[in-house]
Write a protein that binds this ligand. Structure first.
Ligand SMILES: Nc1nc2c(c(=O)[nH]1)N[C@H]1C(S)=C(S)[C@@H](COP(=O)(O)OP(=O)(O)OC[C@H]3O[C@@H](n4cnc5c(=O)[nH]c(N)nc54)[C@H](O)[C@@H]3O)O[C@H]1N2
Ligand SMILES: Nc1nc2c(c(=O)[nH]1)N[C@H]1C(S)=C(S)[C@@H](COP(=O)(O)OP(=O)(O)OC[C@H]3O[C@@H](n4cnc5c(=O)[nH]c(N)nc54)[C@H](O)[C@@H]3O)O[C@H]1N2
Ligand SMILES: [Mo]
Length: 661
């Protein structure tokens, strides 16, 4: 909620009536107002005047910007066809009108026949894995964790990446729940948990099987649930029996006693709630890991109870009537993959149109992306709020509004409410919302399709037509509305949206895609630390920073100050093997790239792992690189998800390079 005085935003706070957030803001959004007024905000359209990548621009008028874009787009469509345009939309905003899943742009691109853009950078691998088991990525209402008696925080850093859940975990604890964090890093969340299992990265599927092995040893499987609500139990049981706790200990690097004791707890604690988010699926076997974790409540029968089951995402429950408007396409078009920008930005692409994305900082294989963006015949447009590393490669830059300046409808990133975003102030300078930019562009191109000119309020009405219990006036007044589901919400009480209507341990849909029919462990590329140790390599994990939101806020001076210098965390064992001491500058490298950072030696990371947070702007680091210089552009087992936490790196003192050179 924004307080406005004389047309200027002077205060920002969370809405205390919102049942999930209760008005709490994170360290980043606490500075959002200051961020909207930052000195480096882009306020006017600009055109490139220096070489590509130099970041040298000159202010131009909107008329000139729109005319240039309209002319170039029309010429590309005529000469090469619409598919030569790649509308590269990111997760900068998740609003349904202005952002990710939203209406902005899609109709426009379809009318031009542009390539479709597959926005799979974040959560697709895990979502697909869950779909094979449950038929959907939707699961528990996170608020029901307050009723759980055992909580597994599995590959998720709640206190950093989704802190609103923590209140519900605390409520559960007050009622006696036991909380376990499963993470190769002792994160701030793991520090607060009752127990921490520092698992070897990419081996979570094996742990899921091992825990179920113990459940079977205990005779605690829910036979009635297995018989009536699941498919493929005999095959899956055979799979579980391959993974004795001792074998699981070997693969996961966890003590056998810990696996056994957690298995016993799981066997006898109802309801058990599992929160597994995106961290553990950014691996080669990430989709399969989520698929297996989703099998656990099928065996324990936890879906019977509020507070039982698995929670990954709530987006499946969002009732908005999103229409992808394929009817506007002139014919079939190809799909380009967000996680494969370096590979797919070849000569066939003549225009890259980036909005709400910062691929130079956030996408895998930074160095190859940079090479691609330097291509002289590529027309690159970036719609942005700030002069990011990606902006530096633009031919035309279009200034964009921020949340307090535009209208939007949001669905929670992990809760069961819809939120209204009413613009509180006029945009500064000449900033325009994404929807307004595309309306003006459509006009500049003389496009006649009427739906290209729908107003934001009309778009909101259309989206809300999917939610009959929520009306526009009411949500505009209240700011939020609960999705129309019962409270407490127990999903799958009426069956699973799978082909069999049951929870599927075996999936014909998976088999049809060339994946294992039975849910099974698929190792990540770096799952064998032994191999790493022999070759002197470490597994690089690059999770969320506490101070930045992907690359957003990573130019805020105060948050930069708090986040300190870029650091890589390694275990004392691995530091000793390399003769490193804390604070020393090290070179981290692999065949894809290299960067320098301070080393922090700590038993917070397990041996064999190097951890570095994501999100830094390249131009604000000592050597113009962030960890994505080390991330290979390669696919997870499902959904072509990225492999951000699944790369080998080597680390050596930085001065070695100097002496060698
Ligand atoms: N502060 C902050 N919050 C954010 C974001 C941010 O950048 N900053 N980003 C937002 C976005 S877009 C997303 S998608 C989410 C992401 O947030 P999360 O879903 O929490 O994902 P990550 O931060 O990638 O990883 C979470 C944890 O998984 C661990 N992990 C890595 N590999 C493995 C593994 O193989 N097994 C297990 N068990 N654990 C593993 C990491 O060490 C990390 O602690 O956060 C959102 N919230
Ligand atoms: N190494 C590593 N890299 C990662 C991850 C990881 O775990 N490790 N996580 C990945 C994840 S989870 C995600 S979701 C992706 C995110 O990758 P991207 O989608 O590329 O997101 P950001 O880097 O946050 O860049 C978003 C940009 O959008 C701009 N923006 C925000 N709102 C608006 C708006 O309303 N209009 C316009 N025009 N622009 C806007 C912001 O200023 C920002 O520069 O990054 C991924 N990158
Ligand atoms: Mo994400």
């Amino acid at each position: 909620m924004v307080t406005v005085r004389d047309g200027e935003a002077v205060g920002l706070r969370g809405n205390r009536d919102q049942p999930y957030t209760r008005g709490a803001l994170c360290v980043k959004v606490n500075r959002y107002l200051e961020h909207t007024k930052a000195a480096d905000r882009i306020l006017y359209p600009m055109k490139r005047v220096g070489p590509k990548g130099s970041g040298q621009f000159e202010r131009i008028s909107w008329d000139e910007a729109l005319a240039t874009c309209a002319e170039r787009l029309a010429e590309i469509v005529e000469k090469h066809g619409g598919e030569a345009i790649w509308p590269y939309q990111g997760t900068g905003t998740l609003g349904y009108i202005q952002g990710e899943t939203g209406e902005a742009g899609r109709r426009f691109w379809n009318v031009l026949g542009a390539s479709q853009h597959e926005l799979n950078i974040c959560s697709r691998a895990g979502r697909n894995g869950l779909r094979f088991t449950n038929g959907t990525a939707g699961g528990m209402d996170p608020e029901t964790f307050a009723q759980s008696k055992l909580i597994l925080l599995w590959g998720t850093n709640t206190l950093t990446s989704g802190h609103h859940l923590w209140k519900f975990i605390q409520d559960a604890r007050a009622a006696g729940a036991h909380v376990v964090a499963i993470d190769p890093i002792r994160t701030r969340t793991a520090e607060q948990a009752d127990e921490h299992l520092p698992i070897r990265p990419g081996t979570d599927g094996v742990l899921a099987l091992g825990l179920l092995h113990v459940v079977l040893e205990e005779g605690a499987e829910d036979r009635d649930y297995l018989e009536n609500h699941t498919q493929g139990w005999d095959d899956f049981k055979a799979e579980i029996l391959k993974y004795s706790p001792s074998r699981v200990a070997e693969i996961t690097g966890l003590p056998e006693e810990d696996i056994r004791s957690l298995g016993v707890r799981l066997a006898h604690t109802r309801p058990t709630g599992i929160r597994a988010t995106m961290g553990l699926q950014r691996h080669k076997g990430g989709g399969s890991a989520l698929r297996l974790i989703a099998c656990i409540p099928g065996v324990t029968g936890d879906w019977r109870h509020p507070g039982g089951g698995v929670s990954y995402s709530t987006s499946a429950y969002v009732p908005f009537a999103v229409d992808t408007r394929e009817d506007l396409l002139p014919g079939p078009v190809r799909t380009l993959t967000m996680t494969r920008l370096a590979d797919e930005l070849d000569e066939s692409v003549k225009c890259l149109w980036v909005y709400a994305a910062n691929p130079m900082g956030s996408s895998p294989d930074q160095n190859r992306i940079r090479e691609r963006l330097l291509r002289e015949d590529l027309f690159t447009v970036v719609m942005e709020q700030f002069p990011t590393d990606t902006v530096d490669y633009a031919d035309i830059v279009l200034p964009s509004t921020m949340q307090i300046e535009h209208m939007d409808l949001h669905a929670g990133y992990g809760h069961m409410y819809l939120m209204w975003n009413e613009p509180a102030v006029e945009p500064p300078g000449e900033c325009l919302s994404t929807t307004e930019t595309f309306r003006r562009l459509a006009r500049a191109m003389g496009l006649t399709e009427p739906s290209l000119y729908d107003s934001d309020l009309e778009l909101a009405e259309q989206l809300l037509s999917g939610a009959p219990t929520i009306n526009l006036d009411q949500i505009r007044k209240d700011g939020w509305a609960r999705i129309d589901v019962p409270t407490p919400f127990v999903p799958f009480a009426d069956g699973f949206p799978t082909p069999s209507g049951k929870l599927e341990f075996t999936s014909d849909a998976a088999a049809a895609e060339g994946l294992p029919r039975v849910a099974t462990y698929v190792p990540s590329r770096t799952a064998s630390e032994t191999r790493g140790a022999e070759s002197g390599k470490l597994v690089l994990i690059t999770p969320a920073s506490h101070h930045f939101l992907n690359t957003i806020f990573a130019n805020n001076p105060e948050l930069l100050r708090r986040s300190k210098d870029p650091a890589v965390l390694i275990h004392p064992r691995d530091a000793a093997a390399r003769g490193l001491s804390t604070g020393q500058l090290v070179r981290i490298f692999n065949p894809h790239g290299e960067l320098t950072a301070k080393v922090e030696i700590t038993d917070k990371v397990r041996p064999g792992v190097a951890a570095m947070t994501k999100g830094r702007w390249l131009k604000l680091t000592p050597d113009g690189a962030n960890p994505n210089t080390l991330v290979e552009e390669a696919d997870a087992d499902m959904g072509r998800g990225p492999l951000y936490h699944d790369n080998w790196v080597e680390i050596e003192p930085a001065n070695l390079t100097a002496t060698r050179a």
